[in-house]
Design a protein around this ligand. Structure first.
Ligand code: 5GP
Length: 190
């Protein structure tokens, strides 16, 4: 439960880690890199809902080669699924990935379990995608439990829970235009 709800989301933020200008500059670089790498290829971005949405919306506008995009939703895992590795696909793609160069877009790669254990990457490859790569806005390598290759990374972050720019805490804070950390009292601590 959120112990104290503020009427202004910004007031719940203890520290801004990545501000809007820094996000925009890095996403512009990623867009240029992806445009160069996928020139002449049939590119399809696959966003993992819901955290990817703000990042994907800005990223596609920074990519200059033709592309399509679609979304998948996977079940978030609890204690059981963390060890068993069972993550279900809740919303599948509407379009076929066959012979397309797929770039999976994530908000943050933390333990790596969502990407690996959802079988998402293997699943996409088995549908005969021409290639499957991963682009994540944030990467927390210190928390990794399974090996996931991140092909494009916006920023590396320390082992702390971040919100904003698509990332939520209990459904809130996704709409913040920057990435930050919450004040401890928002978690009921402090
Ligand atoms: P993984 O499967 O790599 O452990 O976790 C990926 C998912 O966990 C992300 O897509 C995100 O939904 C959630 N997650 C991991 N770390 C954070 C974090 O610091 N903040 C928020 N808001 N979500 C996180």
């Amino acid at each position: 439960m959120i112990s104290r709800l503020s009427t202004d989301l910004h007031e719940d933020i203890g520290k801004i880690l990545i501000d809007e200008a820094t996000l925009a500059a890095r996403i512009s670089e990623l867009g240029a890199q992806i445009s160069a790498d996928y020139s002449g290829k049939d590119l399809m971005l696959v966003g993992i809902l819901k955290g990817c949405t703000l990042f994907l919306a800005d990223l596609v506008r920074a990519i200059t080669v033709p592309l399509s995009f679609d979304f998948v939703a996977v079940s978030s895992y609890g204690a059981d699924t963390k060890s068993s590795g069972v993550v279900r696909i809740l919303k599948d793609l509407d379009e076929s990935v066959e012979s397309k160069h797929v770039l999976v877009v994530e908000d943050i790669v933390d333990t790596g379990l969502t990407l690996r254990l959802s079988y998402l990457l293997e699943n996409l490859r088995s549908r005969r995608a021409a290639s499957v790569k991963v682009c994540t806005l944030l990467d927390k390598p210190s928390r990794r439990r399974v090996d996931v290759t991140v092909d494009y990374r916006g920023f590396q972050v320390e082992d702390q829970f971040v919100v904003g720019y698509g990332l939520d805490y209990q459904g809130r804070y996704r709409s913040l235009p920057y990435v930050g950390v919450l004040k401890p009292e928002v978690y009921g601590g402090g």
